[in-house]
Ligand binder design. Sequence first.
Ligand code: NAD
Length: 501
Amino acid sequence: MSTPDIDVVSPATGKAFARVPSHDATAVEAAIVRARAAQPAWAALPLAERRRALRRLSHRIATDPEVVRTIMRESGKPRFEAEVIEVLYTCEMTRFATGRAGRRALRDEVHSPLLMATKRARVVRHALGVVGIIGPWNWPLLNNYGDAIAPLAMGNAVVLKPSPITPMTSLLVERLWREEGLPKDVFQVVVGGAETGEALVSGVDMVFFTGSQATGRLVAQAAGARLIPCVLELGGNSPMIVLADADLERAARAAVWSAFAHSGQVCIRTERLIVEASIHDQLVQRCVELMAELRQGHDDPASDREIDVGAITFSPQMDRADRQIAEALGRGARLAAGGARRSDLGPGFFAPTLLVGVTPDMEVSRHETFAPVLPVLRAADAEEALRLANDSAHGLSASIWSGDEARARALARRLEAGTVCVNDVLVNYFCVEAPLGGIKASGLGIRHGVEGLRQFCRIETIVDDRFLARGLSGLIARQLQFPYSRKVLRLVDWLLPRLYR
Ligand code: NAD
């Protein structure tokens, strides 16, 4: 059965610029079969060879202008974010996963068990097989091919399903993979929506999903039914706490950037600005001034105009912004800036919006907005700020600002989030050496770090005799196995209380 073609729309103009065929369940199944056939040869290569191949591709991604153009066109984001965030991240992730960390992740570990003193336990890591990556629309490269790099480095084949809203960048990377002569079928892209995603989950050996909580739950159920590992990177409602002794100028700039980068469509963006009462008005005032300087519009790849804030990739996000703003205003919040669509700029633009007088019970404070709306909450002191920050179903990321770094670090430990930045925002995504992931409803599992590489391997522990211990090992085995002996039991009776005081 064939599924309908997908029209890909430019969010800035509202016009379709490409039509791509989508993959039905049969086509997905066929892609998985091809991936399974190609994977053993890829896994058998030494890491150095996989490194050469993946770095060749990342060099092409970094230097082929079509990559940045495609990201900009289908997501509506400014060139700066396409290149400095998406492309740079992809290159850095390739360097990390195929370099020393990759070697460390795959190295055999040898343990000498205390109780089995004659034995040696060797932990060996094998690629899992075929990993399915399901990506969102907000980062067509970074959260799509970018998340394929770790499993590929570990020797897996990958079948990637980008969002049907932004499939073009992934399809381009698949083409570059072929043009660079990388092994056939080790990396494939399937296009489509829920049906394509469900088919992928039902055939692969592991799923790495990035997207909404609602879909994440469905993916986890399907993965659970098959007993395959599943990582979920879901939405957030990340707080930024600014305490009275913070550097206000830096904090204001960071708040504006982290709330309005990619028009607020960033999972770890500042979704709630929590400010200590004594500096609240001053910080809000400075944010309003900085927001007035933002250059919003269509960053046309053909033009040299500089743009800070682009379009909304997925237009229903604007309906959510409208709803949350109306609800907040109806319950006593006030607009300090923005508040409406910018139809004068095109169909996909929403003015960066600052809402003050927001209380924790308002929708805009309780739920992810994922659009350029920043609610500001007032806190009497650091303790109340912490309470407000942790009063959330989400736990993806957080940021805390204070002139006293030791105090900020201590408070950071009390924030319920997967990652906390002290006196900074968003940069945690680029600390690829350290694990990154959400707690509470923000997800299960992690990306990044050596742990983020090892999760794409299955573990095999091989136990054998230590060097020269084979004779002794045989003697111990005779005491432990049939026939059971009272003599050994008496020895264990004597030993137990003495060993485990
Ligand atoms: P979404 O859940 O609507 O879609 C995500 C992907 O799942 C898409 O590719 C979609 O086609 C696919 N899908 C839909 N139904 C499916 C099903 N039944 N089975 C399998 N796959 C299915 O999310 P979205 O709107 O594309 O992304 C926005 C969300 O992603 C936001 O909540 C954002 O916070 C989150 N996000 C999280 C991170 C992170 O790292 N934590 C990063 C980026 C985005």
